[in-house]
Design a protein. Structure first.
Length: 228
């Protein structure tokens, strides 16, 4: 699988390139936001590693433009542990983030986890409830027959809820299912993905797709299109 690495630090690009190629990925690299847009369109990577602090066009704007035409998974690199940066990145459609300095091994692990979520597994071809249908082979979400573009993480959340629609899934269990038991992902990260997912589904006419119970967890809603 092909990974696009975009960072203005050549040493960091080489570090990630070597680590990813040792993990059997092919890589393409770029040094600025303009290169990110051009390479994303030309190379059609399976995942993009995108630094926030890029010259010319920053990572936020590059992500916004890429998201306008593609749902390719995006992993943000941020130079500081700033919650505003992280939340804004997730709101723009990033699937995950890593704070510098980081271990190349951690980045490889995050890349593998995102791609695993994006590829699905050996589940049935389709899940559905009410107006909602997920095609787990084509990785498509449809509401009343119309496709809704989701990120890999958003798709994984819906797939997990549809796999056991009657069950309330605790938030910590959802985080573990998406990012792994050893993940340091916070509730705020999950909230950002849920907020984006709810907005997209509501915009497609499905405001009742996710039922959130305070202190208990999440489960699939009725998916009838009714407003609560």
């Amino acid at each position: 699988m092909k990974i696009l690495i975009v960072d203005d630090d050549p040493r960091l690009r080489d570090l990630l390139r070597i680590a990813l190629e040792r993990a059997a990925f092919s890589t393409v690299t770029g040094a600025d936001g303009q290169a990110a847009l051009m390479l994303a369109a030309r190379e059609q990577p399976d995942l993009i590693i995108l630094d926030i602090g890029l010259p010319e066009i920053d990572g936020f704007e590059a992500c916004r433009r890429i998201r306008a035409r593609s749902q390719v998974p995006i992993l943000f690199l941020t130079a500081r542990d700033d919650e505003i940066d992280r939340i804004l990145g997730l709101e723009l459609g990033a699937d995950d983030y890593v704070t510098k300095p980081f271990s190349p091994r951690e980045v490889v692990a995050r890349v593998k986890a995102i791609l695993k979520r994006a590829s699905g597994g050996s589940a049935p071809v389709q899940h559905g409830r009410g107006l909602l249908t997920l095609d787990l082979v084509a990785r498509q979400c449809r509401v009343a027959g119309s496709e809704v573009a989701l990120t890999a993480t958003e798709f994984a959340i819906l797939s997990r809820l549809l796999a056991d629609p009657a069950r309330l899934i605790p938030r910590h269990a959802m985080i573990t299912a998406l990012w792994g038991a050893s993940s340091q992902v916070s509730d705020r990260t999950l909230d950002s993905h849920l907020r984006n997912l709810r907005r997209k589904l509501a915009g497609a006419g499905l405001p009742d797709a996710i039922d959130s119970r305070h202190g208990q967890g999440l489960r699939l809603g009725a998916c009838t299109g009714a407003v609560a």
